[in-house]
Design a protein around this ligand. Structure first.
Ligand SMILES: Cc1cc2nc3c(=O)[nH]c(=O)nc-3n(C[C@H](O)[C@H](O)[C@H](O)COP(=O)(O)OP(=O)(O)OC[C@H]3O[C@@H](n4cnc5c(N)ncnc54)[C@H](O)[C@@H]3O)c2cc1C
Length: 142
């Protein structure tokens, strides 16, 4: 059976989690990332930036922070490392098209409400995730 392709915009935390989830459901995700790395806001920030959320509350439930990170409020570098390790651990990098900015999305086929809702629930509520099921969502990228 042909695997359905899913387009995801952005390889920050949201996009990576969406990508892993879609793989676990048997879809073929493509993550379009404008920048050259994963991590989103954690790629680069003020040098002194740390989490405001404590470490136990800001880590992937299926990929806990390394035990070497002992700070209650990890630094931006530690958060970035954690996100990058997550992408590597679950082999997500090969699904990401780096340096590819999405500049437009169109919907050009009408679905019934029932079909649309079934896809919406599959694709979760994230505004960064979009679906390409029976309808077509042609992407424009740079
Ligand atoms: C300084 C700072 C501190 C923070 N501290 C906390 C905290 O302590 N606790 C907490 O819960 N949250 C915190 N946050 C919030 C943080 O934004 C989220 O926790 C989370 O990292 C957001 O991830 P995201 O993937 O949703 O978005 P982002 O990290 O913004 O990732 C979006 C990605 O999409 C890409 N992208 C955007 N548009 C396009 C396009 N058109 N085409 C292709 N790619 C595109 C971007 O390049 C980026 O890589 C903090 C944010 C900042 C800036």
């Amino acid at each position: 059976m042909e695997m359905k392709q899913i387009g995801i915009v952005g390889a920050g935390i949201s996009g990576l989690v969406a990508c892993k989830y879609m793989l676990s459901k048997g879809y073929d995700p493509i993550v379009f990332e404008a920048r050259s790395r994963v991590g989103g806001v954690w790629i680069k920030n003020f040098e002194t930036t740390t989490l405001q959320t404590t470490k136990p509350l800001y880590q992937f439930s299926d990929f806990p922070s390394q035990s070497s990170v002992t700070e209650d409020f990890p630094t931006q570098h530690q958060v970035f490392d954690h996100i990058q390790s997550y992408a590597q651990h679950f082999d997500l990098l090969k699904h990401i098209r780096f340096n590819t900015k999405v500049v437009g999305i169109e919907y050009d086929q009408v679905l019934s409400d029932e079909e649309l809702w079934s896809w919406s629930s599959t694709a979760m509520a994230s505004p960064l995730a979009m679906i390409n099921g029976n309808g077509r969502f042609p992407l424009k990228t740079l």
